[in-house]
Ligand binder design. Structure first.
Ligand code: ADP
Ligand code: MG
Length: 253
């Protein structure tokens, strides 16, 4: 079982799009992926058609009253298992704090045999709070989408600093991959951000795959579909297939 956290401290960079299509791509490889939605906006859950009315039926109750993940897991039409998010997740920082036993709660739960038979993909919110820390402590790999703009790059650099600061806790470098998204070769800013990324991060930690700006990727969530089901021959489907191949080949997924 591999646990992948999709995180950037900036919003709107393609975290949810990446989580959705990684899950779908892994499901196509006959794996049985589990999605965990740690964003109070719960967009990923909504795309999977799983949107609990009560916080108690979401991952909120796992954090607040230790409800087993299996109790709140639903199976989406695509076969992906989903631990849905809920707006009340935004209360957790004040409710729980950031003690060691709190930030390792997800890690402990996912290590119980049978909880996650296949790969796990966690969609994070853009804040480094108790939820994202749970994702970081639970994961084997952090994927950091960087939409091809300067603020997304700044957010990714904040993530790099945060992960490096946590290295003393992990006593190892936490595996990470920076993923350039919304790349548009006609735009000067896109290639500038790509060049800046190459200077900001270790070359081996930057994905070879780039996700191009593609309308099918933006349209598919409105149909509650991943890009492979919505537009299988689109460049969006091609790019996310290449990403899954790259991560699987590197033994990261
Ligand atoms: P985040 O989860 O980081 O906030 P999203 O995945 O929700 O970001 O993406 C933000 C917006 O950008 C969404 O409307 C999404 O459909 C769109 N989007 C993401 N990636 C692409 C892409 N490669 N091409 C076109 N639109 C994209
Ligand atoms: Mg999102």
């Amino acid at each position: 079982m591999t646990v992948i956290a999709v995180f950037n401290q900036k919003g709107g960079v393609g975290k949810t799009t990446t989580a959705l299509n990684l899950l779908a791509g892994l499901a196509q490889r006959k794996q049985r992926p589990l999605a965990i939605d740690l964003d109070p906006q719960a967009h990923l859950s909504g795309i999977f058609g799983v949107r609990p009315r009560l916080a108690d039926d979401s991952v909120y109750s796992f954090f607040v009253r230790q409800r087993p993940l299996a109790d709140i897991t639903e199976i989406a039409a695509s076969g992906v298992m989903v631990c849905p998010g809920h707006l009340d997740l935004s209360k957790l920082d004040t409710m729980l704090g950031k003690g060691v036993n709190v930030v390792t709660r997800l890690r402990t739960a996912l290590r119980v045999p049978g909880v996650a038979p296949g790969p796990v993909v966690i969609d994070c919110c853009p804040l480094l709070g108790v939820l994202s820390l749970n994702a970081i402590f639970a994961c084997d790999l952090v994927v950091i989408p960087v939409s091809a703009d300067y603020l997304a790059l700044q957010g990714a650099q904040q993530v790099e600093r945060a992960l490096n600061a946590l290295e003393t806790v992990f006593k190892a470098r936490l595996p990470r991959r920076y993923l350039l998204t919304r790349f548009d070769a006609r735009r000067k800013m896109s290639s500038e951000v790509a060049d800046l990324m190459a200077m900001a991060f270790r070359p081996e930690e930057i994905c070879v795959t780039r996700i191009a700006e593609n309308v099918s990727l933006a349209e598919s969530p409105a149909r509650q579909l991943d890009v492979f089901r919505y537009a299988p021959t689109s460049t969006g489907a091609r790019d996310y297939r290449a990403l899954v191949d790259e991560l699987v080949t590197a033994g990261l997924a």
